[in-house]
Design a protein around this ligand. Structure first.
Ligand code: GLV
Length: 311
């Protein structure tokens, strides 16, 4: 985390900040018994073992909107509050999802990559490298929280028809304001030209896109995932892209950690980024400030905090 975001917190409290690197799990495990608050990165496991080793811990302030790295149920059982940072991540993540959509649709990165190896298979001409339009196409959003809604606004501005699936249907006023239509997951998959995943990673969203779901999608469809890797069965996706079950994908997150499966690397019809949905300096500082505002607000009650209320 950028230390710039910690200025106010460091003025008021004793903060142990790693210099130029991340603390390892073992280091945190060793230190945690002394600490009242843990500011955790989105890939740092806050598990039962760690919580049981932290008798003074009162707050886990996560640096992310997602909190699948934290055993929230156990924290709540132990009276440890958990907070996240929805506000600064919403717009950058929606922008990144839109970027991946446009890139995959118009094959921008694919053409760039091929142009650099001209003579090795790149054909240039007015009938080559055909993409698909974005305007006039249907976008299906799975997970209509803040990021899903921000993406919907952008897609509508691009002239797309937006449908969505969510645990709870939005009220009619909000649907009307956003210009979106609720659908079952099956109908959304069968009718959408683009499908974007914007749901949190929980046991019920694990592999929400697997072999069966990929088969339900149009052969011309493009899948976008800026949420969490395990929402998609990555090997089933590689097979579907290879066999033409769907036509393309844009991924910012991967099922097995920071890197894509080797099967994806062989494919031209996919654009990939290494979990950079919020990776601008400004956003990263704003996320660190949000982490610290949650700590100060929790300890002093002088500002609102964004609490995670259930796993
Ligand atoms: C980033 O992945 C986040 O959850 O904020």
């Amino acid at each position: 985390m950028f230390r710039e975001g910690f200025t106010e917190l460091e003025k008021r409290y004793e903060v142990t900040f790693p210099e130029g690197r991340d603390f390892t799990y073992e280091e945190v495990y060793g230190m945690i018994p002394e600490y009242d608050v843990l500011c955790s990165m989105f890939d740092f496991p806050v598990n039962k073992e760690l919580i049981d080793h932290a008798p003074n811990l009162k707050l886990v302030s996560n640096y992310a909107v997602g909190y699948n790295n934290i055993d929230v149920a156990y924290c709540l059982e132990k009276g440890v509050i958990v907070t996240n940072t929805p506000s600064p991540v919403t717009v950058p993540t929606a922008n990144h999802a839109l970027g991946l959509m446009l890139d995959a649709a118009r094959r921008i990165t694919e053409c760039d990559r091929k142009l650099r190896t001209l003579g090795e298979g790149m054909k240039v001409g007015v009938l080559e490298n055909l993409g698909v339009p974005v305007s006039g196409q249907q976008l299906g959003i799975i997970g209509m929280g803040r990021i899903g809604k921000a993406l919907a606004k952008r897609a509508v501005a691009c002239g797309m028809d937006v449908v969505y699936h969510n645990r709870h249907q939005l009220d009619i006023e909000e649907e009307t304001r956003l210009n979106v239509v609720y659908m079952s997951k099956e109908e959304l998959l069968a009718t959408s030209d683009f499908v974007s995943l914007n749901a949190p990673y929980t046991p019920s969203t694990y592999h929400i896109i697997g072999e069966e779901e990929l088969k339900q999608m149009k052969p011309t469809a493009i899948l976008i995932n800026t949420a969490r890797g395990p929402l998609v069965d990555e090997l089933a996706l590689a097979k579907a892209l290879k066999e033409g079950t769907i036509s393309g994908a844009g991924l910012d997150v991967f099922e097995f950690g920071d890197y894509p499966s080797p099967e994806l690397l062989e494919l031209d019809n996919i654009v990939m980024t290494p979990h950079i949905g919020t990776q601008t300096y400004k956003t990263r500082v704003a996320m660190a400030e949000a982490v610290c505002n949650n700590v100060i607000g929790f300890l002093e009650g002088d500002r609102p905090i964004t609490r995670v209320l259930r796993p």
